[in-house]
Design a protein around this ligand. Structure first.
Ligand code: TXA
Ligand code: MG
Length: 336
C-alpha cells in the first residue's frame, strides 16, 4: 500500500520519482500513474501495476511548452502553435521521441506523446523533478479512469509498494482524458477525442484535423472495449428508454444459480434527466459538465449490483464527441 501525500509534499513525491518509485498524481483530466520516463526499470513497474501490455505507449508529462524540443525531436511548428495555445491543458501531442525518453516508455515506438498537465501540485512536482514523467491513467488496464485519489487507492492500492506515493490533489476538473493529436506526420491527426474539442484545435490550425480513430488500434484508448465498468452498459437514445426498460425487465436470459428463485433484472440508468423508481444518476445535459462526473458515476453504478446500466449521453456541447467515444467503449463487448 502506497503512502498518500498532500499537495504541500511535492518535494517528497519528487524524491520518490528520483528513487525509481511510482507516484500517482492529479491532473485536470484524470489521475496518472507516474514514473521517471528516462528509466526503463521504473517504467516497467507502471506496466506491472496497471496490468497493461508493454507494447502500449505511455504519455510523458512535462513542465512547460519549451520541453517539446527537449523531449521531442524535429518538432514541427504546428506542435509549438498547439502547445502555446493549449498548455497547460488536456492536449497530448505525438512527436518524434527525443533521447531523454526510454524506448520502454513508448512501447518501442520512435514517437512520444507529450503534455503539460494543468494542475498546480503536478506542475510543481514536474519542476521539482526536472525530468519527464511517464503516466498512463492510474487504473487497472481497460477499466474506468480515476478522478479522485480514493479511486486510485481502490484500484491500485493492493499493487503499489510501501515506497510508492499517491499525491492527493482533489477531484479532477475535466474528468475525461486528454485529446491526442499526432503531429509527427504530414497532417495533424486526431487519435483520441478528449478534454479539448476538435473545433478549438482546428481554430488554431486554420484547417481540419484528420481523424484516425477508425484506424489500427494505435492508442490503447482506441481499443473497442476500454474505459469499461464491471456492469454491462448499453448506450441508448433518450426516446428509447421506455422500450429498453420494458425489454430489460422481461429478459430472463441473465444466468442465475440453479434452483435459486428468479429475481427481477436490476437495471440502472444514467441520463441527462431524472428517472424515477430505479437506481439512477441524473447528469447535466452539457457534455463538459456531464463528462466531469461520468467516471465517478460509473464507479458508483458498479457498486449497486446491477445486471444492466442503460446510459443516455449528453445533449449538447463541444465535448459531446469525447463523452460519446467513452460511452461507446464502455458499452463495447468485453474480452476481459
Ligand atoms: O489525460 C490523459 O491523457 C491522462 C493523464 C494522466 O495525463 N493519461 C492517459 O494515459 O489517458 P493513458 O495511457 O491511459 O492513455 C494514453 C493514450 C493511450 O491510448 C496510448 O496508446 C496513447 O495515448 N499514446 C501514447 N503515446 C503514443 C504514441 N507515441 N503514439 C500513439 N499513441 C500514443
Ligand atoms: Mg487509460
Amino acid at each position: 500500500m502506497a503512502v498518500t501525500l498532500g499537495p504541500d509534499d511535492v518535494e517528497r513525491a519528487a524524491a520518490a520519482l528520483d528513487a525509481g518509485r511510482l507516484v500517482a498524481f492529479p491532473t485536470e483530466t484524470v489521475y496518472g500513474l507516474g514514473a521517471d520516463a528516462s528509466s526503463p526499470t521504473a517504467v516497467r513497474r507502471i506496466f506491472e501495476v496497471k496490468g497493461r501490455p508493454t507494447g502500449h505507449p505511455l504519455i510523458v508529462h512535462v513542465a512547460e511548452a519549451a520541453d517539446l524540443g527537449r523531449f521531442g525531436r524535429r518538432v514541427p511548428d504546428v506542435a509549438m502553435d498547439l502547445a502555446r495555445a493549449f498548455w497547460p491543458g488536456p492536449l497530448t501531442l505525438i512527436v518524434e521521441r527525443g533521447d531523454p525518453i526510454a524506448i520502454e516508455t513508448t512501447g518501442g515506438r520512435d514517437t512520444v506523446g507529450l503534455r503539460v498537465p494543468d494542475h498546480p501540485a503536478t506542475l510543481a512536482l514536474l519542476r521539482a523533478f526536472g525530468r519527464g514523467v511517464a503516466g498512463p491513467s492510474a487504473n487497472r488496464f481497460g477499466s474506468v479512469s480515476p478522478t479522485i485519489a480514493a479511486h486510485v487507492v481502490d484500484d491500485l492500492g493492493g499493487h503499489l509498494g510501501a515506497d510508492d506515493v499517491v499525491l492527493d490533489g482533489g477531484p479532477c476538473r475535466v474528468g475525461l482524458e486528454s485529446t491526442i493529436v499526432d503531429v509527427s506526420g504530414p497532417s495533424p491527426t486526431l487519435l483520441r477525442p478528449g478534454g479539448i474539442s476538435a473545433v478549438e484545435i482546428e481554430a488554431v490550425l486554420g484547417s481540419p484535423l484528420l481523424d484516425d480513430r477508425g484506424g489500427p488500434a494505435r492508442a490503447s484508448g482506441m481499443l473497442a472495449s476500454h474505459y469499461a465498468p464491471d456492469v454491462t452498459v448499453r448506450l441508448i437514445e433518450a426516446d428509447e428508454l421506455g422500450t429498453a426498460l420494458g425489454a430489460a425487465v422481461r429478459d430472463t436470459s441473465t444466468p442465475r444459480p440453479k434452483g435459486s428463485a428468479p429475481r427481477p433484472t436490476m437495471v440502472g440508468v444514467v441520463a441527462p434527466f431524472p428517472v424515477e423508481h430505479r437506481p439512477s444518476w441524473s447528469l447535466p445535459g452539457d457534455a463538459a459538465s456531464y463528462g466531469a462526473r461520468l467516471y465517478a458515476t460509473l464507479r458508483q453504478a458498479d457498486r449497486c449490483d446491477l445486471d444492466l446500466l442503460l446510459v443516455v449521453g449528453p445533449t449538447r456541447g463541444d465535448l459531446r464527441d469525447a463523452v460519446l467515444d467513452r460511452l461507446v467503449k464502455a458499452a463495447a463487448p468485453r474480452s476481459r
